[in-house]
Design a binder for this molecule. Structure first.
Ligand code: PEP
Length: 259
C-alpha cells in the first residue's frame, strides 16, 4: 500500500512563487511520483495543471461546489470545472471550511456526490476540537462526521484525520492518539459502509520534516495531509522522501479489511 502525501496550500501563493515551488518539487523523484499531490487554490489550477501536465505529481483541489450542474451559483466552482484541469483529489470538510463556512454533513454529502460523479477522488477531512477531546467526545465527533460516507464509500476511500487543535498550531497528536483514532476510523468504516475496497486514513496536523517519520510509521497511518510545510520545498521534500522510504518497507492498512 502506498503512502499518500497531499500538500494543502490553503489560501497562499502567487503565480511566480507557485511556479518556482512546483519546478523545485518536480526535480525531486520522491515528490514527483504517483501518490503525491498538491491541493491548490482554485484560481491557481489552470497554471498548476499546465505545469504538471505529463508529470506524476498531481494537482488537487481544496473544495468543490455542492451544486453539480451549471447554473446561478455565484462564486462557485463545480466538480466538472475542476475535472477539466485534471484535478486528482478534492479535500472535503477541512476544519477551516467547517469553522468559517459552516459546512455540515448535508453540504458535504452533496459535495462528495458531485466530486465522485465528476471522477475526482474525495478526501473527507474529520477531526475533533480540543474541547471535544478533553470532554471525551473525540470518537463520537469523528463518527458523526464520518456519517457522510454511509451509502457513499466505495472503491478506494481516502479520509484525513486532522485533530483541529493540531492544525497550524505546531502541536502534533501523540503517536498513541493517532494510532487509536486511525484504527477507530477504519473499524467504523468497516462496520458502517459496504463498498470500500481500500481505506486509507491520512494524518494531518503540524506534520513537518522532523516528525514525518514518527507520524508516517504509526500503525494505520496511510499518508499525510500537510499544510504549512507543503509551502517549503525542503520540508515537503523530506516528508515525501520519508513516505517513499516507508512504502518500500510498508506497514500500512493494518486493520484487516476482511468483513
Ligand atoms: C492542513 O491544513 O490540513 C494542515 C494539516 O495544516 P498544518 O500542516 O499546517 O497543521
Amino acid at each position: 500500500m502506498d503512502k499518500l502525501v497531499i500538500g494543502n496550500w490553503k489560501m497562499n501563493g502567487r503565480r511566480a512563487a507557485n511556479h518556482a515551488l512546483l519546478a523545485a518539487l518536480l526535480q525531486e523523484p520522491a515528490c514527483n511520483r504517483r501518490g503525491v499531490s498538491v491541493a491548490v487554490p482554485a484560481l491557481a489550477l489552470a497554471d498548476v495543471a499546465a505545469q504538471l501536465a505529463g508529470q506524476a505529481l498531481s494537482a488537487s483541489a481544496q473544495d468543490v461546489s455542492q451544486f453539480a450542474d451549471d447554473g446561478a451559483y455565484t462564486g462557485e466552482v463545480s466538480a466538472a470545472m475542476l475535472a477539466e484541469y485534471s484535478v486528482d483529489f478534492v479535500l472535503l470538510g477541512h476544519s477551516e471550511r467547517r469553522q468559517y463556512f459552516g459546512e455540515d454533513n448535508r453540504v458535504l454529502a452533496a459535495k462528495y456526490d458531485a466530486a465522485h460523479a465528476a471522477g475526482l477522488r474525495p478526501v473527507l477531512c474529520v477531526g475533533e476540537t480540543l474541547a471535544e477531546r478533553e470532554a471525551g467526545q473525540d470518537e463520537a465527533v469523528v463518527a458523526a462526521q464520518l456519517e457522510v460516507l454511509i451509502g457513499r464509500a466505495d472503491g478506494d476511500l481516502v479520509i484525513a484525520y486532522e485533530p483541529v487543535w493540531a492544525i497550524g498550531t505546531g502541536k502534533v497528536a501523540t503517536i498513541e492518539q493517532i494510532a487509536a483514532m486511525h484504527a477507530y476510523i477504519k473499524q467504523w468504516v468497516l462496520r458502517n459502509t459496504k463498498g470500500a475496497v481500500s481505506i486509507r486514513v491520512l494524518y494531518g496536523g503540524s506534520v513537518k520534516a522532523e516528525n514525518a517519520d514518527a507520524v508516517l510509521s504509526t500503525p494505520n497511518v496511510d499518508g499525510a495531509l500537510v499544510g504549512g510545510a507543503s509551502l517549503d520545498v525542503s520540508a515537503f521534500r523530506k516528508i515525501c522522501e520519508t513516505a517513499e522510504k516507508l512504502i518500500k518497507y510498508g506497514n500500512s492498512q493494518d486493520v484487516n479489511l476482511d468483513r
